[in-house]
Design a protein around this ligand. Structure first.
Ligand code: C5J
Length: 222
């Protein structure tokens, strides 16, 4: 069984019962003109991790680890978007407004697509989620249970919002979770650092962290 030299201690996992969850690597967060940009963020930090996320996805595909993608998205009529979320942050462009890549954070719009370098392949599940956590109002929990998944690797953006929220949801549901440190990013470097520390504090209270290279080394050595 592969064992990752992770923090705060070793993380053993079986590829057959492990899934990689790639959170929200969509143009709305990663490219200029999307939702992240409309909230005043510099998206360059997020764009920079695309090659590492691609490497991790390729690694998982090679070793038979299921790859699941998520997108944060709302229905075109916004009936699944709480008014509080719509108003929050007083952004230049609100959810549903027309931006440079179509309507902001709306399912089916060009900006809602996963960036081309990380596009899902046939057979990979894409979870469309209206919240920050990928378990809320989606079929993710049922899918993982029916597929016999017990371990989850996490990548994507942003570390302290959708990634951390989903990892906490998964931890409460009993999954053994590991966040891949260099395959996740935040608009705020200090929030990424703090989120990684929070996850692995107190003996891994939420889970483990390790680099993509450390996961690759574990898989190569098994
Ligand atoms: C945010 C996310 N930051 N994917 N979404 O609103 O983290």
């Amino acid at each position: 069984m592969p064992v990752v030299d992770a923090k705060p201690y070793q993380y053993p996992f079986e590829p057959k019962t492990t899934a990689l969850v790639v959170i929200d690597m969509q143009r709305d967060f990663v490219e200029p003109g999307g939702f992240g940009d409309s909230l005043g963020n510099d998206v360059a930090r997020l764009t920079a991790i695309v090659p590492t996320v691609a490497e991790l996805i390729g690694l998982c595909r090679r070793y038979g680890i299921r790859v699941i993608h998520t997108r944060e998205a709302h229905r075109a009529d916004l009936t699944d978007c709480p008014p509080a979320k719509l108003k929050r942050g007083n952004p230049a462009l609100k959810i549903g407004d027309k931006g440079a890549m179509g309507r902001i954070l709306i399912d089916g719009e060009p900006g809602n697509d996963i960036v081309p370098a990380l596009a899902p392949i046939a057979g990979e599940i894409v979870i469309v989620k209206p919240g920050k956590g990928a378990f809320y109002a989606t079929a993710l929990g049922d899918i993982l249970r029916l597929q016999g998944i017990t371990h989850l690797l996490f990548a994507g953006v942003t570390t302290e919002v959708c990634v951390q929220t989903t990892m906490r949801e998964a931890n409460d549901r009993g999954y053994e979770c590991l966040l891949v440190e260099d395959a996740t990013e935040s608009y705020f470097p200090q929030f990424k650092t703090a989120a990684l520390e929070m996850i692995r504090a107190q003996g891994g209270i939420i889970g483990w962290t390790a680099t993509c290279g450390e996961v690759a080394a574990a898989l190569a050595a098994r």
